[in-house]
Design a protein around this ligand. Structure first.
Ligand code: SF4
Length: 340
């Protein structure tokens, strides 16, 4: 490596990592790319101070140009409304800190533990319930993996490990492989579940090398993606998901109900159909976690009940996600509406 030129070093970086490095982090650049003008940029910049803008080029290309109301743009553009404080909106709305066992390890539900494998994401979703999560003190670095293994040994009822974050697929192949190898050593672990938005926002990450890494684990692998709108599911995303499906990965999707993005039955029905085209089953429709800065995304209970009634009437049962809310301290997600 010592004698390599910078060009040679760059060519060793996988394409997806280069693409991640070229993601939009500057609001002005994103708005220019989208042919949008704003008179007072400082209102948007102030909203980005605590939780910066981050949008991959791939995702930005799916945003309709010159449209402030584009449902993909609304998910990622810092907005002045984020600065509105509200006593019911909290920095840790789902009780992660009280369920934290050790750095990077959260245990909420029977039989499952969750590992915060990284604080990094490929995109910053403005409504994210972990937008204020203290990742620097609470991520499972290599040095913490031994204590997580010890915890598993003492809790033999745990049969499923969830890799979360941040986004676990932002880890390099070697880091991900190391993590999976540690879990494979635990005989009680039957399933490894990966929560990721990467197939949606950076489909180039689903490389042959990643497919090989995932297919080499003897554990059952479940990937729960996160898509909120059918416009997110373009041809590249579909190809990435189908290649995951081809190695036997179970694909599920979770959606967050977001005002001004997908809070109508037409969009959610279309999303379920499109997910099924991509071999992915709609799993959860989450009511918004009441996180600080996300008040403008919230809907009323009556509105969400009304939408859910309509989607039940229009979709076959296997394409109807469960409408749920996560409540801090509870032993399971709360089902908000019964299926017909
Ligand atoms: S990708 Fe997931 S963890 Fe990252 S900001 Fe979006 S919702 Fe949050």
């Amino acid at each position: 490596m010592a004698n390599m030129t910078n060009i040679e070093k760059t060519s060793l970086i996988p394409n997806w990592q280069q693409e991640l490095k070229s993601a939009f982090t500057n609001i002005n650049e994103l708005l220019s790319f989208l042919n949008l003008n704003v008179e007072d940029l400082s209102l948007y910049s102030n909203a980005a101070k605590k939780f910066p803008l981050l949008v991959t080029r791939s995702y930005a290309e799916r945003i309709v140009k010159s449209d402030w109301n584009d449902p993909l743009l609304r998910q990622v553009l810092p907005h002045p409304d984020e600065l509105a404080a509200h006593p019911n909106y909290l920095s840790d709305p789902v009780g992660d800190s009280s369920a934290s066992i050790s750095p990077g390890l959260i245990h909420k539900y029977y039989g499952r533990i969750l590992i915060i494998s990284t604080g990094a994401c490929a995109i910053h979703c403005r409504y994210c319930f972990r937008r204020e999560f203290p990742y620097s003190d609470n991520s499972a670095h290599r040095s913490q993996l031994d204590s997580i293994s010890q915890y598993l040994s003492n809790h033999t009822e745990v049969t499923e490990v969830i890799l979360s974050g941040g986004d676990p697929l932002t880890l390099s192949d070697s880091k991900l492989q190391h993590l999976l190898e540690q879990l494979v050593k635990q005989p009680q672990v039957e399933r490894i579940r990966i929560h990721t938005r990467i197939p949606i926002v950076l489909p180039s990450r689903i490389t042959q090398a990643l497919i090989k890494t995932l297919s080499s684990t003897p554990k059952k692998v479940i990937i729960v993606i996160h898509s909120n709108h059918p416009n997110e599911l373009n041809h590249e995303v579909s190809a990435a998901l189908l290649s995951l499906k081809s190695i036997g990965v179970i694909l599920l999707n979770q959606t967050v109900l977001l005002r001004g993005v997908n809070d109508n039955a037409d969009t959610l029905v279309k999303l379920s159909h499109r997910l099924f085209d991509c071999s992915t089953i709609p799993y959860y429709l989450h009511l918004l976690d009441k996180v600080t800065g996300a008040t403008h995304f919230d809907s009323t209970q009556a509105h969400s009940d009304n939408i859910y009634q309509q989607i039940q009437e229009r979709l076959p049962g296997y394409l109807v996600p469960k409408l749920v809310r996560e409540e801090a301290g509870k032993k399971h997600k709360t089902i908000m509406a019964k299926r017909l």
